[in-house]
Design a protein around this ligand. Structure first.
Ligand code: RTP
Length: 155
């Protein structure tokens, strides 16, 4: 699941149901690709309420938990594993602050969102949560690009 502190660091990023429904999947992916990060895992999943509750288990005591679980399981999400130097911190920076009002223009939430409960995207906030979330959302594992033959332009 990637080694934190190396160029192969990995994180879990997701486009939440609001981002999918608003057609922002491509806009989000392109930012990370252009920055130079590598997409090593990608799939669409419609989370059950149980999966949503497990994903947000840390917030189970919060008053907004049940609304959050309902929302997160209200439609498909896009699960992504991104790889590259500092991706865990940089990913969070590129998403913006949890609160859209505090998110600078130029960040994903700062460009595309207004409301706290509809802030479009999720990103692991530490090496431990990245490992935990990647195991949860990609139990089958992700691609190992290091082994790929360069067949990108010429046959
Ligand atoms: P995320 O997990 O989605 O990346 O968000 P985060 O780490 O930036 O924020 P966190 O505190 O983990 O909260 C998870 C999501 O819950 C929603 N939220 N609603 N109504 C409220 O007071 C409230 N507070 C948080 C947000 O959508 C947040 O992204």
């Amino acid at each position: 699941y990637g080694r934190p502190g190396t160029n192969q660091e990995r994180t879990f990023l997701a486009v939440k149901p609001d981002g999918v429904q608003r057609g922002l999947i491509g806009d989000i992916i392109v930012r990370f690709e252009k920055r130079g990060y590598k997409l090593v895992g990608l799939k669409m999943v419609w989370p059950t309420e149980e999966m949503a509750a497990e994903h947000y288990a840390d917030l189970s005591k919060k008053p907004f938990f049940s609304g959050l679980v309902k929302f997160f399981s209200s439609g498909p999400i896009v699960c992504m594993c991104w790889e590259g130097k500092d991706i865990i911190k940089q990913g969070r920076q590129m998403l913006g602050e949890t609160q859209p009002l505090a998110s600078k223009p130029g960040s994903i939430r700062g460009d595309f969102s207004i409301d706290l409960g509809r802030n479009i995207c999720h990103g692991s906030d530490s090496p431990d949560s990245a490992e935990h979330e990647l195991k949860m959302w990609f139990p089958e594992g992700v691609n190992d690009w290091g082994k790929a033959v360069d067949a990108s332009v010429y046959e």
